[in-house]
Each structure stands twice: as structure tokens, then as C-alpha cells.
Design a protein around this ligand. Structure first.
Ligand code: M6R
Length: 606
């Protein structure tokens, strides 16, 4: 979603800002812009990609300080005027803003009454004008921003530059902002990835913080004018390269990174002697685990699909009631929170607003939430304080792949840990450990021999819709496959537990309709086979994901086999061909694989 990058220091700002924007591109956006100060403040903005902004910039823009933005439209259409940065009426203040100003309509009206003409349809622009109005009182930028934000209701990550002052003032409430501290230079970004090229020394602003940056200093305070307790930290070296390298797309690169990502996730977290998982970051003793009344997992999109798999594993291994919830629904249903229950927030970015709100609801009602998070230091990781980092490395394609696998692996290890505290034998635990340790190698061997993916693509690429079916642990895999194909190839997809197909979706089938079945060799396979027969009888073309050497292969029109694996871990194998089908279909249809239309990598609005 929207991204912010800012710079103040001895170098020319514009190349640094452009590079910052380029590193924010993966988040998803529809327009970009930057403002550079050199006496006056020059603003350039454009609908489209960073490259299109680059094309309208003059050869050189003098100035050692500036702010830049990638916009994902919420209030107002995708136009140059609505793009950020936004200047104030007299040009003394220029801002970039992430988040939503909820009382923007009221603030607009009062600005109009005062004779201020707003030029965009955005909620953000009001902030530029109000800061300028406040600045006229005492010419104190920090106080002007503070007073302006006290009049706003909503969420913000905001940066402001001033025509008559050499500083950047920024503030956070609900939208992340991270200060990067260099030597005689400062950076500000909504995403730590964009800072790593410059510095590892960072300050994650907390909600309610306000910061004033010069090239050599950072002054932290709060919106109310008090001292901020926020401290600096050193960015951890994320394993994994965030650049494309020799791959044509991030999505393909990330699919291929899955074996190594899985190794990073499980490394050091399995205890063969006890046959258990060893997730130290959860800070949960076996005694505490034995008393847990139930478990709730929360997530959105792919993370919710991973949570559903986690739910099945925990229930199976620990015999404890477990529920998976879509975060965006959770708090609006006034959930009952048990103080001893375990809650997990599952998220790649760690910034998803719906999941953040669900966590706050649980915490407000006295519950504890553990994070299952990829991005180290993200808002959700910090809000939870405890949890499991899934260690996927940077994931840049909007369509999540390696994060899904690592979420499932992390939740499997937790299921093992809680299972051993309550229900399963050491021998069963060791079996699962053995299975988990084999997975990276098995995924690697599948990637070396992918089967007839392109035949599957031929069947789905022009379909009116594609049905994905699986049972048991494969039902969430079916959902994940459908989500992937839908989001990057724009083909309507339906996912159902296979047994439910005959209760409705079967009406969609006609001669040639593609149906993708996920049928590993588990206890529900024969039931799945019945659903395959029912589809075939109606002329459907069956794309079958199955285990190597399994006789069920006779049932498919296009059969894609994956190496056999421990039954409970089959999602880690069966999801990979689904990711590849989505990727190659999108490619075949000429879609923007890494940045599908309308979507954002990190969805920071509710
Ligand atoms: O960062 P999160 O894991 O919290 O993101 C949740 C969803 O927005 C995300 O999984 C989305 O569904 C992906 N685009 C799926 O590929």
C-alpha cells in the first residue's frame, strides 16, 4: 500500500528518494511523487510506476532534503492531483501521508470557510493546509505539526518539509514509520527494506510519536508534547536477497526460494530427543501449554489459509478446540476472549490493519496474542511482543508464496510442541520431526521435476471460472490455490471442501470446465475420488495434484505428482504446483505477475 521515503543529508536527495520509491514498489501503488527542497520546494508527481515519474523529472534537481510517496488510492481517484506530496496553499509546507483522516470532510469544510482552496480529492491534503495555518502562529514546525494532528482523527504516518526550515517533521499513529540514522544524514521510511541499503541503525516510531529530523539529529517527542520512550535498534540482517537477480519475476524467485526458506524456518526449532517443537520466542512452558482451554488463529488472505491448516494440525495433535478467524470479521463480532486461551496473529507483513485491530480487540479484553510474523520489527511483531518469526526472507511479489509455506511450517512446529505437552507420544513427535526435516529437500526435488504445469495452464487460461477442491487438510490448500490464480490471473475461482461440491458448485460444471483437485494419499483420498467421478460425469476436465506413484493418477486428465511426505505436511508440497499454475497462467495472459491490479502487498487500511 502507500509508501513513504524521506531524506535529509549532504547528498542530492532526488536519486536517493527515487531509489527509496523503487524499493517500496512491491507494496503495490498506483501513483508516485516526490518533493525536494532547495530554497523553494519542487514537487513532481505522476500516475503510474516509479519509472514514469523518473521520466518526467528534470536531469538534475538541486536539493539535499526531500520526501517521496507511492500512493494506493483510497480517497479520490487515481489522478496526478491526488498523488502525494501535497503542498499547502502558500507553499510553505509539503506533506506525504499514509493512513486515513476520518474527519477530513469536516476539516475540508472549515478550511473552505477560511478561504483555502483544496486542489485534490484526498483526505491527506487537509493536513498540509492545517499545518501551514498553525505555522503562521509561531513559525515552529514541530509545534505546528503537533497542533494540526491534534485536530485530526484517524491514522497517519506523515512527513512534512517546510520552505523556511531545514528539517523533516514526521509522526506516526497507526501507519508505520521508521527513521534510519546514517552518518550526518537521516532517512525515513514506511518500510525497513527501503532503509537497509543505507543503514542498519533505526528507530521504529510508535503510535503517538512525533520526530524532528535534521541531517545530524533526531528529536523524539509525543503528540501531546511529552518525552517519547521510543528507543533505537539495529536492523537484523534479513537472510535472502531482496533484488530480482536472474529471475524474471519476484513470484517465481520466491517460489524457488521455498526450500531454503523452509530450512531457515525449522532450523534449530526441532528437538529430536524429546520429539517436540522448540519455539522459544513463544515463551510458553509445557505446563502453561497443558492448561490452554482453546486456541484461536487470525489472519487475512493467504495468512488465513495458513491459519486454517494450523487449526487442523493443532486440533489433531493436541486434541484442543482450535478456531481460525478472518481478522477483518473478528472484532466486529464482539468475540468472547478467554484470558488463558492462546491467540495467534498470522501475517507476512506484520502491518495488516485488519489483523492489527483484531489483536487490539483481544488485548483490550484481557487476552494475549502471539505473532506468527515474517517482517522483523513490524507493527504486529512489536505489538504482540512474543511469537515466532517465520524467517521467509523478504517477500516482494504481491502473491504470497514462501511466506505461506513458512507459516504452515511454523504452525506445524507449534502443533507438535503443544501436541507433545498434551497428547501425542514421543515416537509420533519424532515421526513428524523427520517429516518436517525432509520437506525442504522434497520441495526442491519437486521443483526440479514439475510435471505438466503448462497443460494445466492450457485448461484454465480461458476458463469462465475454475473450481478448486480438496478435503481435510487439502481444503485450505484448495483455497490458497484459488486465491493465487484469482489474484494474479484475474480468473474467477471458487474453492470448496470436495464433499461440499455436490451441494451447490456442481451446478457450474459443463463440458470442459476445469476442476483442480488436491488429493494427497491420506485418509480422505477415497472420498475425494468420489467427487472426481462426479465432476468427470459432468464433462469436467480434472487437473489432479497427487502423490508420486499413487493409483489415483488414473482419475485425472492432467496429473501433477508431488513427492510423498508425512500426511500432516502434504500442504507444503501440494501448494507448490498450484503456485506454478497461477504464475504461468498469469504470464500466458500477459498480466503483471508481481504487481496485480488493485492489490497491495501490505494492506494498511481496514
Ligand atoms: O501481510 P499479511 O500476511 O498480513 O497479508 C495478508 C493478505 O493481505 C495477503 O496474504 C494477501 O491475501 C496476499 N496477496 C495473498 O497472496
Amino acid at each position: 500500500m502507500c509508501g513513504i521515503f524521506g531524506y535529509i543529508g549532504p547528498h542530492q536527495a532526488s536519486p536517493i528518494l527515487l531509489e527509496g520509491l523503487r524499493r517500496l514498489e512491491y507494496r503495490g501503488y498506483d501513483s508516485t511523487g516526490l518533493a525536494v527542497k532547495n530554497g523553494a520546494i519542487s514537487i513532481y508527481k505522476k500516475v503510474g510506476k516509479v519509472q514514469q515519474l523518473r521520466e518526467i523529472l528534470p536531469q538534475t534537481i538541486e536539493g539535499n532534503m526531500g520526501i517521496a510517496h507511492t500512493r494506493w488510492a483510497t480517497h479520490g481517484g487515481v489522478t496526478d492531483e491526488n498523488s502525494h506530496p501535497h503542498p499547502s496553499a502558500q507553499g510553505k509546507v509539503v506533506i506525504v501521508h499514509n493512513g486515513i483522516i476520518e474527519n477530513a470532510r469536516m476539516l475540508r469544510t472549515s478550511l473552505n470557510v477560511q478561504g483555502v482552496k483544496l486542489v485534490s480529492e484526498t483526505d491527506s491534503e487537509v493536513l498540509a493546509h492545517i499545518i501551514e495555518r498553525e505555522l503562521s502562529i509561531d513559525d515552529n514546525p514541530e509545534e505546528a505539526v503537533r497542533r494540526a494532528l491534534r485536530q485530526a482523527r484517524g491514522t497517519w504516518g506523515i512527513c512534512a518539509v517546510f520552505k523556511d526550515h531545514d528539517m523533516i517533521v514526521c509522526a506516526r499513529n497507526g501507519s508505520p514509520l521508521i527513521i534510519g540514522q546514517g552518518i550526518n544524514e537521516m532517512f525515513i521510511s514506511s518500510d525497513p527494506h527501503a532503509l537497509t541499503a543505507h543503514t542498519q541503525q533505526v528507530i521504529y516510531l510508535e503510535d503517538g510519536d512525533l520526530a524532528t529530523l535534521t541531517a545530524t539529529s533526531v528529536k523524539l517527542s509525543t503528540l501531546t508534547g511529552g518525552d517519547s520512550s521510543t528507543k533505537g535498534t539495529t536492523l537484523e540482517n534479513d537472510w535472502g536477497e531482496s533484488e530480482l537477480g536472474d529471475y524474471p519475476h519476484f513470484m517465481l524467485k520466491e517460489i524457488y526460494e521455498q526450500p531454503d526458506a523452509l530450512r531457515h524456518c525449522i532450523n534449530g526449532r526441532l528437538d529430536r530427543t524429546r520429539g517436540s517443537g522448540k519455539l522459544g520466542g513463544l515463551k510458553l512452558s509445557p505446563a502453561a501449554l497443558a492448561k490452554v482451554p482453546h486456541v484461536r488463529l487470525l489472519g487475512c488472505g493467504t495468512s488465513y489459509n495458513a491459519a486454517e491448516i494450523g487449526r487442523l494440525l493443532i486440533e489433531k495433535l493436541a486434541r484442543i478446540p482450535t478456531f481460525a478467524h478472518i481478522s477483518s470479521e473478528f472484532r466486529h463480532n464482539d468475540p468472547v476472549i478467554h484470558p488463558s486461551a492462546l491467540h495467534f496473529a498470522v501475517t507476512q507483513s506484520g502491518e495488516t490493519a485488519d489483523t492489527l485491530s483484531a489483536i487490539k480487540e483481544i488485548q483490550l479484553k484481557g487476552g494475549n496474542v502471539h505473532g506468527v510474523v515474517n517482517v522483523v520489527g513490524s507493527s504486529i511483531a512489536r505489538l504482540c511482543g512474543r511469537g515466532v518469526y517465520i524467517h521467509s526472507g523478504p517477500e516482494q511479489a504481491v502473491a504470497s508464496t514462501k511466506a505461506f509455506s513458512n507459516m504452515v511450517a511454523a504452525l506445524s512446529m507449534f502443533a507438535l510442541q503443544i501436541g507433545r505437552s498434551r497428547n501425542i507420544s514421543k515416537e509420533r513427535g519424532v515421526e513428524l520431526i523427520h517429516g518436517l526435516q525432509q520437506v525442504p529437500h522434497l520441495v526442491e526435488s519437486y521443483l526440479e521435476n514439475q510435471g505438466p504445469i503448462l497443460e494445466a495452464v492450457e485448461l484454465v487460461k480461458n476458463a469462465k471460472s475454475v473450481l478448486f477442491l480438496g478435503r481435510g487438510i487439502s481444503a485450505p490448500v484448495a483455497k490458497e490455490g484459488a486465491l493465487k490464480l484469482m489474484e494474479i490471473a484475474y480468473i474467477p475461482c471458487l474453492a470448496y471442501p470436495a464433499g461440499e461440491m455436490k451441494h451447490g458448485p456442481i451446478a457450474l460444471l459443463e463440458e470442459g470446465s476445469p476442476v483442480i483437485f488436491i488429493a494427497p494419499n491420506d485418509h480422505v483420498k477415497t472420498k475425494t475420488a468420489s467427487a472426481i467421478h462426479e465432476c468427470r460425469a459432468r464433462g469436467a476436465k480434472i487437473i489432479l495434484i497427487h502423490e508420486e506413484g499413487d493409483e489415483i493418477a488414473e482419475e485425472g486428465d492432467v496429473c501433477i505428482s508431488v513427492p510423498p511426505v508425512h500426511n500432516l505436511l502434504s500442504p507444503l508440497l501440494t501448494v507448490v504446483p498450484l503456485q506454478l499454475i497461477a504464475y504461468h497462467t498469469a504470464l500466458e495472459l500477459g498480466c503483471d505477475v508481481d504487481r496485480p491490479r488493485n492489490l497491495a502487498k501490505s494492506v494498511t487500511v481496514e
